[in-house]
Structure formats: structure tokens, C-alpha cells
Design a protein around this ligand. Sequence first.
Ligand code: AMP
Length: 445
Amino acid sequence: MSFSTLGLSDPILKAITETGYTKPTPIQAQAIPLILKGDDVLAAAQTGTGKTAGFTLPLLERMVQHHQPLKSHRGQPKRHIRALILTPTRELAAQIGENVEMYSRYLPYKSTVIFGGVNINRQINVLKSGIDILIATPGRLLDLASQKVVDLSKVETLVLDEADRMLDMGFIHDIKKIVRLVPKQRQTLLFSATFSKEIKALASGFQRNPSLVEVATQNKTADRIAQLVHPVDKSKKRDLLSKLIKEGGWKQVLVFTRTKHGANKLCEYLEQQGINSAAIHGNKSQGARTKALANFKSNKIRVLVATDIAARGIDIDMLPHVVNFELPNVPEDYVHRIGRTGRAGREGEALSLVCVDENDYLRGIERLIGQKINKVVVKGFEVDSSIKAEPINQGGGRGRRGGGGHRNSNEKNRDKSSQEKSGGNSRNRSRKRSRSRNSQGSKDS
Ligand code: AMP
């Protein structure tokens, strides 16, 4: 199967060829024909499967096919928002924005990305100048809609990307408000890592008779990722990491820590070791996050140390190494983390440094992915069996739940500044959702 047999027109095919894609990924092969037909699509596709192109390419093609001549407005073409792509985090929004620009480079459409944490006036000006495709996080979008600077009344296609994560982050009310602002008569595409009960409920509320597409088994990690655990004492983790990076000659490593403070400390240590590093998490300004990511992508820094939320949406071609410096307390986050490597069928390696305190987390992860992960002890880093497991402190609050642990509210609050959220009563809503992880987000205006 090739892209040209999918019925995409020349300007889109030319852009695809220039990106270097030679054939559609499975999600693209399945979703593109359905979306071109005009179906609502409910797709379960994990990150790294090529899902962004899976919805962007047919969305563009439909715009081409239903092309309405852009009416002139004082010499300028008059545009209106025809496609709206909603996504949970700033990084993901920016990433999708880049993809849309790339795929539409030979088409006459204008796209833009809006999210919180950055100057709103510039976004208002861009919106006023006329946009065909809008990529947005829910909070800032509602803010702009309430200021009447964004008109969603002519949206033809609505995409809910990473819908599961949007629900996890407590965006359900914002999404409902946004859906009320777009026409009833529209195409709705819903992408999620899994088909959970909540996602099915969301789909039945917003979609009409959706066609189902599923390419990866629920919660299974991508096949091409080699996973390995290095058992190691907690106090020796950073030395081990430094040794692995130096001796392996690793040039681009994404390292996950559980807390922002931990990310900063590890980053400082690696710098002391002569390994160029930057940390990316919710306490960093948007400018610092964007710069760190750009430097990492262009190989100016070797290591990017990230917390889970900040890492969402990081998409780097052929990222070869992902290291879990600490295992996540939510098993699904492991799948998301290691999905940063081995993207779109390429090979990657995901290492986890696991101390005795984290054995329960490891078991939870292995249960979720349905496989045991190989353990390899590194010489000189043998585990001291006299060290007993201690509850993991998630940052000064409660201990673990049933041995497996979960985030306490302090941790959730600390993470919130890396997320998008509208202001006002969101805090009350979030309190209600305190059972859900990451349920709060920063006011992004
Ligand atoms: P996504 O799942 O949308 O985050 O995409 C993951 C990665 O796959 C991105 O780096 C894309 O550029 C890349 N990609 C998307 N489609 C293809 C394709 N058909 N062939 C090769 N790489 C692709």
C-alpha cells in the first residue's frame, strides 16, 4: 500500500514524500479511507503509531475536495476555522501544529496553534488575520472563545486527540463546552490510546455511528522497543546513568523522573559529570521548555530530563534511548514514556533503573503490558540485599496505596502548571475529581 493509492492529492503527496515517509503506517492505512469517506472515526492508536498524519492528511484532503473559493475581504482571502484539533498539552499542540504545517505546505490553508502560558495578544492577532485549521488546548481556546475572538461556528471537522489523556486531566467539562460551540453537523474524529468505558461514553455523546479503528492491542508496548531493567540501589542510580551514557556513547537520551525537584537535581548532577543536560517540567516557563526541547532535538544537549506531563507530545525522530530513572507510579505512564522511542516502527531502547522500593511498581507495569521485562545487573552496581524496601515519598505527602502507590495531592498540584486548563470554577471541578490523577491544570490565560 502506498499513500497515492489512498486517494490523496498531489500537493499532499508531495509534502509526504518530502518528509521521507514511504508507506502509510497501519493506523494511516485504516483511518485515512474512512475519514475521506466522511465517517466519524473512533481510533485506538498509541502514541508513535503515526496517528497525527492519520487524521491530518485526510482532513486536509477533504478541505481540498470541498474547496470553497476563499472570498476576498478587502483584498485578503476571507478564512474561517474549518478544522479544530483539540489536544491535552502544550507540547503536543505545538507538535501537531508543526505536522499540519509540514503536510499542508503546498496548500493554501493557514493553521495556527494556541495554548496557555504564552502571550494571548499575539494569538488574538493571528486568529483575527484568519485561520483555516486551529490546533488548541481546551483552556486557552475557551478563554479566547469567551472573548469572542475565535469563531467555531463553521467548523467542519473536530478532532479530539489523546482523548483519554484529556479525560485524565479533567478536561471533560471544557470539551463539552467546546463541542457546544461547533456545528452539530460535522465530522468528529476521536483518537485515544485505549477504548476505555469513559472513551466509549465520550464517543457516543459526540459522534455519529463512528467507524472503529484499532491498531495496537490495548496497553501493549510497541513491539520494536527493547525493554530492559537494571536493578540498582537508589543511591547509585545517578552514577549508573552517567556510566551508561558515557560508556554507551549515547547522544540523545530522554530520562524520566517522578518529580520536578528530582528532574532538576539529576540534571545538575549530569552537568557536573560533563554531560550536557536540561530539565523540562511544569515549573519551567513555556519559553524554557520550548528552548530545552529545541536544543535536545538539534543535539545541542545530550540528555533531556523530564517529568511525565511535560514529556507528553515530545516527538523526536528516531529517539534511541529512553531511561526511566524512576518508574512511574501509574503503570500506564510507563507505556507512554517508552512510546517516545521506537516511534513509527523504528527501533528503540527503553531502560529502567529499578531500586528495591520500586518492585511493586514494576510488577504493576509487567501486569499491564502482559510481559516480564528482562533484568540485567550491571557489574559494579549489584544490589545490596540488606537494603529493605521503603515507601516511596511522592514529594512530602502520603505513602503508597496498597504497595503500588499513587500520586498524592501535592504531587498532582505540583504537576498542574505543566497542563492546560481554563480558570474560574475549574478548581472546584478538579477537587471533585481528586480521585483522578493529574486532574488539575494551570489556568492558562
Ligand atoms: P505520531 O504517532 O503521530 O506521534 O507519529 C509518530 C512519528 O511517526 C512521528 O515522528 C511521525 O513523523 C512519524 N510518521 C508518521 N507517519 C509515518 C510514516 N508513514 N512513515 C514513517 N514515519 C511516520
